[in-house]
Design a protein around this ligand. Sequence first.
Ligand code: SF4
Length: 276
Amino acid sequence: MSGRSARPCYNEDMSEQSPLLVSACLAGVRCRWDGRCCSHPAVVALVEEGRAVPVCPEQLGGLPTPRRPARLTASGENVLDGSARVVDDQGVDVTASFLRGAGEVAALARLMSSAEAILKRGSPSCHPGEGAGVTAALLARRGLRLRDETGLTPAPAIVPASLGVKCWLAVEGRPAFGEGLGSLLEHIARHGSIVAAAAAMAMSYRQAWGRIRQAEERLGLKLVESRAGGRSRGGTALTSDGARLLESFRRLEAELGAAARDIFGRHFRGTGSPPD
Ligand code: SF4
């Protein structure tokens, strides 16, 4: 590729841009004809950061994995025009599946307003450029900018750091529930006892109970309750409110973490491209 207009957009701030399409096998999906993948670290990073969507046209066209390897009798352009076919190594005509897969990928590109794709070199579906595969030929007709994975490298991080994310719930500006109390409640649920949970977290019973009481007061919720004796000689369990709060908090942490890593990736670890 040459010229400014051909510069891949994934090297710029993608926050307002539509996702790229990428060949799924480059993103680590085992969708190749032989049931393997050919994952490329830069493509995997793009998908992990939510900047690219993996697609496999041959699977979308209904072909199984693994499947017989296939070849074009001429270019993908010719297949689109009906003057060439796709046949597998036993001579079975799989043109219809290749065309269906190409159509599915083109429809996805339109739905997501994708303007660019990174496609696997040498594939009868995906190969972009000279002698393009069937899907690549259709995407090129639809105006997408295409390139293969050759020379693609993840850009080095701006600083050698990863992102740490911590969150907590506060009531009137005072911390009420966070990671530490979440772990304490998980231990109580597991061991059925505040004593055992405190020991597992290397804290005193008094500290553990104090943290629970403080959270209950600030949140206006009962988080734990005593269980009657019997053979287990009683113990402590989470209330239904405590269990619900814990579950929601863990989901919040996970979603915040994923969103934060995505933002971090965009600002600190753009994925580089080779020189034009
Ligand atoms: S069709 Fe494309 S995405 Fe699917 S395995 Fe072949 S090269 Fe990879």
